[in-house]
Design a protein around this ligand. Sequence first.
Ligand code: ZN
Length: 328
Amino acid sequence: MANKIIPDEYIPYEGSKTVTIDGKDYLVANDAMYTFYERTKGEFSPFFKAIRDEKKILGCRCTTCGLVRIPPMVTHCPDCDFAPTELVEVGQVGRMNSTPPITYFATSLFLHMAPFGRGRVILNGADTAMSVNVYTSTGILVPGLVKKGTEVKMVFKDERIGEASDFFCIPTSELTQEQIARDGLLESEIDWQASVEPELPKASGEDVARFRETFGELQTLAAEMNASESTRRAVEGWKRDIAVKSTGGEFAMIIDNGDFRVEERRLESPDFVMVCEDLKVLLDGLAYRGAITDSVIMKRLWISKNFEFNTIFKLDRMARFLAKSRKV
Ligand SMILES: [Zn+2]
């Protein structure tokens, strides 16, 4: 069990600071108050135990009308004069009952999971829908990828503790027939690198010239960012090698603990790939003329890994910090 209830990064250091209010100095020190508690899953225990120990999804079937509800939230059917229900296993493939809204801007508690879709799935063998998080292995989760009626498969985390966060769904179109057919599919069995890069149009001489010009502007901007103390703070402790591909050329964008550079070279093994048909989209974002996060959501800029949306946040932050520092 590696994860703690309170992540280490949320625990403040010992220390104090001086706060001045109405001309008077006050000393403020970090302190803590602990409250831990245990919470029972009660009658949901078999459902969560089956997920944790057997990678199975249980529902409850009414012994009279046969309706299968998931999760098994009733022990007696309210429609059949409270006839008892029995636990049954349901399928791990189903269809989305609604188009899941996508959360890009999550609170700090869910930031590590974003972007994610949250929708309701009707699993084969069940009559009611269950809330699930939805992901994709094809790069960034964008609107339209998973819709009402999309067939999805249940995937289980490798480390499970008996919580709703132990499982999620991905579209079956991203899986092999064998994976779709097999129950208890694990997250580590999914090919998360399988994202297919969008194809760029063939570059004309004009495109190449345009790329060269934009790339030059990008280099100038990157140099300015690299020299700005406040901009460097936006990517403190962050390290990413990003391969950027655009019509007319490609280059490396390096974030290295405050350092920020764009270099004309091909990366052998980048942390992720960024594709934008028009390099101006990226330039504008870094120059604080429209957010890069918006360009990703609007599909003007593609990234190869869903969770690298975090890095996109940081790039937007750099742009914002630089714009602010220029005003001072
Ligand atoms: Zn019933």
